[in-house]
Design a protein around this ligand. Sequence first.
Ligand SMILES: [Zn+2]
Length: 127
Amino acid sequence: MTESGKTKCQICGCEISEENSYVFKGAVLCEDCHMEETHPVITCDPKAVRSAKVLSQSDRPSGKDSLDDLQKALYKFVTDKGKVTLQEICAEFNLSPVRAQNQLAILRHLELIKGKKEADNTYIVPF
Ligand SMILES: [Zn+2]
């Protein structure tokens, strides 16, 4: 396939000579990438899996216990007021609209609050 005995690593794209190339799962790799592919950093992986599990557990709509202080305060604000707008939340908690939306998305996901359209306004109301 290559004329000069040179080929390219399919991961990092560096040029490698044939004697320095490794074939791994059908891909031509340089020595470095081959090392990384065949010796994955195992110490990192269990952690990643564990934190993913923790995340999906706190993701369950089991309720308010998994909320942080800001989210609890947001939830209280919504339930106290009955219905609020995003602008009110931004003003009350000094949040940017994006941050407020992100926090509200979490609460919505936990089915603690929901959006409600009234006339031209969207309100946030207790679920
Ligand atoms: Zn490489």
